[in-house]
Write a protein that binds this ligand. Structure first.
Ligand code: PLP
Length: 371
């Protein structure tokens, strides 16, 4: 074998890359979830999600949300979001979202595609959040009954947001009330629902349907499943067509039991919240350490993400040490802070696999370089 190839392959012998803060989906699956997959691998099960594991996962989610929900398992968050929005919004509708939203920037037009052409209307808002006044203005700009304009169709909010911040329960309720008054359904992109919930200390019901959410993308892959997310409808009537949408979208797995088994293990005995609490604690440790080392953390640390503004010299040292993160430009800083020319804003995400050792090493490198 040529030496450079041997070197490249040797990386894969270390399953956990140290100081990998680029995203929480860089982590693997929780060992408990993987074990459940192996355990589900014996014998036969009815295909296409008509198996006992899937039924168990659907029941577990209804129990968790204290309501008889319609639950659909899919493999990606993009599918969950796009198919959920398609259930809420007609092709001639508007989907109101934050301008930094995942549906806006990171889903390759899937929401537009699966809604058969709905328009995403991107709204401004500091700290990654939609302000009620901004939604009110947008609803005024898209009145019902004007034939030349798309019609108000859906509101989608992200919890935790793309800026790592959280909507309070009251903020969710205020947005949902405005949407509902205009006949607009409310979707929550909960790719980091667990992290947000653990941080707020609310119940799953309180942070969703009790606050006015109609449909939730219940993310799990970033927090410990291999590939499994759930679309949860709190009003079963809204889910009437969803099974067809999911199949047509290629997300009805023939060996559906493996989705059910992942979700069951993930939810079992509060495992999902234990994982999220750990990720949040690691992010908190990172934020506190970096702040003590002189970095600015204008958005604070509300869940498992930290947006740190550090001197470029510190960033160079971190990069040289093999740390991984995203250069976040000036995103999310509008009206909050500014990133000077000799500075860089890093997006750092902690996961259930993050260790305090790698956090401390990262902080120490940043501290020494900036000193
Ligand atoms: C990761 C993420 C998703 C899901 O993305 P997929 O890569 O499609 O699984 C959705 N929304 C947000 C906010 C995310 O961070």
């Amino acid at each position: 074998m040529r030496p450079h190839r041997a070197k490249r392959l040797s990386r894969f012998r270390h399953p956990v890359r140290l100081m990998f803060f680029a995203s929480d989906n860089a982590s693997g699956a929780s060992p408990k979830v993987l074990a459940a997959l192996v355990a589900a691998n014996g014998g036969a099960a009815t295909p296409y999600g008509a198996d006992d594991y899937t039924a168990g996962a659907e029941a577990a989610l209804s129990q968790l949300f204290e309501r008889d929900c319609a639950v659909f398992l899919v493999t990606t968050g993009t599918a969950a979001n796009a198919l959920a929005l398609a259930s809420l919004c007609p092709p001639w509708g508007a989907v109101f979202c934050h301008r930094d939203a995942h549906v806006m920037d990171d889903e390759c037009g899937a929401p537009e595609f699966f809604t058969a052409g709905a328009k995403l209307v991107a709204l401004r808002g500091q700290r990654g959040k939609l302000p009620a006044a901004g939604l009110e203005g947008a609803l005024r700009n898209y009145p019902r009954g004007v034939i030349k304009q798309v019609q108000p169709g859906a509101l989608t909010i992200t919890q935790a947001t793309e800026s790592g911040t959280l909507y309070s329960l009251a903020e969710i309720r205020a947005l949902a009330d405005l949407a509902h008054a205009a006949g607009v359904g409310v979707h929550m992109d909960g790719a980091r629902f667990a992290n947000a919930l653990a941080a707020l200390g609310a119940s799953p019901a309180e942070m969703s349907w009790k606050a006015g959410v109609d449909v939730l993308s219940f993310g799990a892959s970033k927090n410990g499943t291999l590939f499994c997310e759930a679309v949860v409808f709190f009003d079963k009537a809204m889910a009437a067509d969803f099974a067809y949408r999911r199949k047509r979208g290629g997300h009805t797995l023939s060996k559906g039991r493996y989705l059910g088994a992942q979700m069951l293990a993930y939810l079992d005995n509060g495992h999902w919240l234990d994982l999220a609490r750990h990720a949040n604690a690691m992010a908190r440790r990172l934020a506190d350490g970096l702040a003590a080392a002189g970095a600015r953390i204008p958005l604070g640390c509300e869940a498992n993400e930290v947006f740190a503004i550090v001197p470029r010299v510190a960033e160079a040292a971190l990069k040289a040490a093999g740390a991984r993160y995203y250069d976040w430009g000036a995103r999310g800083m509008e009206g909050v802070d500014r990133v000077a020319g000799d500075e860089i804003q890093l997006r750092l995400v902690a996961s259930f696999q993050t260790t305090s050792e790698e956090v401390d090493r990262f902080v120490e490198i940043a501290r020494l370089a900036a000193a």
